[in-house]
Design a protein around this ligand. Structure first.
Ligand code: ADP
Ligand code: ASP
Ligand code: MG
Length: 412
């Protein structure tokens, strides 16, 4: 008998009919004798709807604490509906909000981190033969305030519960049948990966593949939770996220391609090229709590430098204001910005043992006449910033160049 944590995402619980299907599925596992903890998201679209309402009520600036009070209701609805559907099928079940379990988080509203999970109540219910249905994406801080874990946070609830309960597996059920070489919505030739390492999955998630929330992968890696991504309603092995690098080495050099439209670029031009200038530019940015991603500095002939960096699009305006002040202080020529950029990254542990991967990437982009604005590399990834309008073309070209396209089926 195994203990399994199963997380069902928004589309999988998007209608009452689908919730009935999920209940059928959980019932089958239960009949196999497994202990089951289910984590559910809000019905698809619900969290967006609530965010919109909050914006309307607050001139686009919802108070973070109150936003959490509201957003947590989405998941509260689905846990109750699923539990009702289970009980209706003769499966003993009980639902809990994050607060009721006691999923303790820090107080960083809208992006809280899980600190501790009280597993006692859950264990008692499992022992009594009940399926436990837990609301994803939410917790409670030490003062009793409701918190949420950031968009896509139900994945993290699932993995954190699996870690706390030392579950045999955490299964993430969604609307694709696994992790693909890239988003199958953009590249229809993308292929499902049998396995991917935690390290690669972490890069993919942080570089924009939203199939798993970044923190869920961090958690799974840290606590060694066996993690699998599967389709909610189609049978299949899905994708296993594994620590085992050896077998993945058999795979191509590149495991996947990730992309991200959420960044914006800022350049401060004509800054005196003297020691400490990078700190003078980025110090105030970080003091404003704005995270910087890629950085490039070009030195001109006249002893000045152009300094460019990217930030999340949500931080663009704040970063621009900070930079305008810095420009005045340093006597810089001007500040320019661009939000129509996108980041494309290739990821793979195979890069460690192969040379020339970056140049192969640049060649593929050059063939499509796509200009590279910025580059950054690490041991297992290469990222470039390009004009946003070329994003899909770039992803497709790279997918082909690194031989990731699925073989054409007969008749295609
Ligand atoms: P859920 O609501 O179940 O949490 P998400 O929408 O968060 O589902 O995640 C699933 C989606 O992630 C897929 O529909 C797919 O379009 C997208 N996606 C992005 N990159 C990948 C990838 N590399 N492999 C699979 N799916 C991906
Ligand atoms: N409902 C939340 C969201 O839409 C959490 C989740 O679905 O994982 O982001
Ligand atoms: Mg998700």
């Amino acid at each position: 008998m195994a203990l399994i944590v199963q997380k069902f995402g928004g589309t999988s619980v998007g209608t009452v009919e689908r919730i009935q299907q999920v209940a059928e599925k959980v019932k089958k596992f239960r009949e196999n004798g497994d202990d089951i903890v289910v984590v559910v998201s809000a019905m698809s679209g619900e969290t967006n709807r609530l965010v919109e309402l909050a914006k309307q009520a607050s001139d686009d600036q919802p108070v973070p604490r109150e936003l959490d009070v509201m957003l947590s209701t989405g998941e509260q609805v689905t846990i109750a509906l699923l539990t009702m559907a289970l009980i209706r099928r003769g499966v003993p079940a009980v639902s809990y909000t994050g607060n009721q379990v006691r999923i303790l988080t820090d107080s960083a509203h809208n992006k809280a981190r899980i600190l501790q999970i009280d597993d006692q109540k859950l264990r008692a219910d499992l022992k009594a033969g009940r399926v436990v249905v837990v609301a994803g994406f939410q917790g409670v801080d030490e003062h009793g305030n409701i918190t949420t874990l950031g968009r896509g946070g139900s994945d993290t609830t699932g993995v954190a519960l699996a870690a706390a309960l030392k579950a045999d597996e955490c299964q993430i059920y969604t609307d694709v049948d696994g992790v693909y070489t890239t988003d199958p919505r953009v590249v229809p030739q993308a292929q499902r990966l049998e396995k991917i390492t935690f390290e690669e999955m972490l890069e993919m998630a942080s570089l924009g593949s939203k199939v798993l929330q970044i923190r869920s992968v961090e958690f799974a890696g840290k606590y060694n939770v066996p993690l699998r991504v599967l389709h909610s309603f189609k049978e299949g092995p899905g994708t296993l996220i594994t620590i085992d690098e050896e077998e993945s080495m058999e795979q191509p050099i590149i495991s996947g391609i990730a992309f991200n439209r959420d960044e914006a670029k800022l350049t401060i031009r004509g800054v005196p090229d003297i020691p400490g200038v990078a700190f003078k530019i980025l110090g105030p940015v970080s003091a404003a709590n704005i995270e910087v991603d890629m950085i490039v500095q070009n030195v001109a002939h006249d002893n000045t430098t152009d300094f460019t960096f990217t930030v999340h699009r949500n931080d663009y305006q704040a970063a621009q204001q900070v930079l305008e002040n810095t420009a005045r202080e340093l006597g810089a020529r001007e500040v320019i910005g661009d939000i129509k950029i996108a980041k494309v990254s290739i990821v793979g542990v195979g890069m460690r043992s192969h040379a020339g991967v970056a140049s192969r990437m640049f060649e593929a982009l050059a063939k499509e006449n796509i200009n590279i604005q910025m580059i950054s590399t690490s041991e297992i990834k290469v990222s470039v910033v390009i004009e946003e309008k070329y994003l899909e073309l770039a992803v497709r070209a790279l997918h082909t160049a690194f031989e990731l396209d699925a073989p054409a089926r007969q008749g295609d």
